[in-house]
Design a protein around this ligand. Structure first.
Ligand code: SF4
Length: 362
């Protein structure tokens, strides 16, 4: 098929791709790790189309709010309940903790502010005297802006509860455990804009798995699947970059340097996963005055010493590992809805359950 002249929303090209996939007569399972990819796949009805041509696409741990573990949620709720001003993204406010959420704490009088970015949190701290904690959640896409904020030396009353994670170690764990047999990976465009193509290469080498970095248009995803299928047919296991209009092989060097200056890797548990080596980030010692865990250790000690269960009956862990689809959870759209969420996958607009509810249930 001629891929010259590729343009968005080109029905003819989409039909050509689907025909080639049909002719390829493959039976493949692939995973992506991106909430925006999931939104595109579901919103545009690509999932059933691809199933018809033998490609089953599973969503992995691509929603940063969803993979934030229960202990981290309890940490931020505890800080709010103890009188610390807490700033967080809107999605995080409604994520259920064991017995309450940030929203519940707010309704009981805690000072919880929704912010649209770390800059808003810093501005708030600059204009107020009290301690202000920002709940820093996100993958490589958002972490550079946090790093740059810290390098610009925010006020002394500002600190962050670091819950940032990096994607490649999670992919490695998924491939190592082999819980579902994967024939290919679709890599996230946003994250890859920062990290480039290199970090994925050891995975293809070690696990002989084809990978394609993809953009967010429906045709980007169809093309990514086609490139994976072609690799499979030709016995190749490489990293291809479908999103080369944005993603450069070297990534964003300045962003990577900022992250490197501010953060160091740490082992961390992801919701639905065990502890993943070097998959989390924490502030380097020279920035410890901005580390909420160091400043408020007396408040957080209790949380650190407690084991927390996942919400009863919630299958978010399985959804995030791609083992079940959201609609297979017995609580989906019954007990669990965006208005009354049981797990984070129904709260976040990047969560599989929320996306399925918005586009399929309605
Ligand atoms: Fe959890 Fe609700 Fe999703 Fe079920 S539908 S997995 S309870 S968030």
């Amino acid at each position: 098929m001629d891929l010259e002249g590729f343009k968005f929303r080109d029905k003819e090209k989409a039909d050509d791709i689907l025909e080639e996939l049909q002719r390829a007569d493959q039976d493949l399972t692939v995973m992506h790790v991106c909430g925006t990819h999931q939104d595109t796949l579901v919103r545009h009805g690509l999932e059933p189309l691809l199933k018809e041509v033998g490609v089953d696409i599973r969503q992995g741990p691509g929603c940063p709010v969803c993979v934030t573990n229960q202990k981290e949620i309890e940490e931020i709720i505890k800080l709010a309940e103890e009188g610390v001003t807490v700033t967080a993204f809107g999605d995080m406010i409604n994520v259920p903790g064991v017995s309450s959420s940030l929203n519940d704490a707010k309704s009981m009088g805690a000072d919880v502010k929704i912010v649209y970015g770390v800059d808003d949190a810093v501005k708030y701290a600059e204009n107020h005297d009290e301690d202000v904690v920002f709940m820093s959640v996100g993958f490589e896409t958002t972490t550079p802006s946090i790093a740059s904020t810290i390098l610009n030396r925010p006020p002394d009353n500002f600190s962050i509860l670091t819950c940032n994670r990096v994607i490649p170690p999670a992919l490695k764990l998924i491939l190592e455990t082999g819980e579902i047999k994967l024939d290919g990976l679709i890599e996230p465009g946003h994250v890859s804009t920062i990290i480039g193509t290199e970090p994925y290469k050891p995975l293809s080498k070690k696990f002989k798995i084809p990978q394609v970095i993809a953009g967010f248009e429906p045709l980007d995803l169809l093309l990514a699947v086609l490139l994976l299928v072609r690799q499979k047919q030709q016995g190749r296991a490489e990293v291809e970059n479908e999103y080369d209009r944005v993603v450069k092989p070297e990534g964003n060097i300045k962003a990577l340097e900022a992250m490197e200056k501010v953060f160091k890797p740490k082992d961390i548990e992801w919701r639905g996963f065990p502890t993943i080596k070097d998959s989390g980030l924490e502030l380097k010692d020279k920035f410890k005055q901005y580390d909420a865990r160091k400043i408020f250790d007396n408040i957080l000690e209790d949380v650190w010493e407690t084991e927390y269960e996942e919400p009863e009956g919630c299958l978010c862990g399985e959804v995030l590992r791609g083992v079940v689809e959201s609609e297979e959870c017995p609580k989906f759209a019954e007990e669990c809805t965006p208005q009354n969420p049981i797990g984070p996958c129904m709260v976040s607009r990047e969560g599989g359950c929320n996306i399925a509810f918005r586009y399929k249930k309605k």
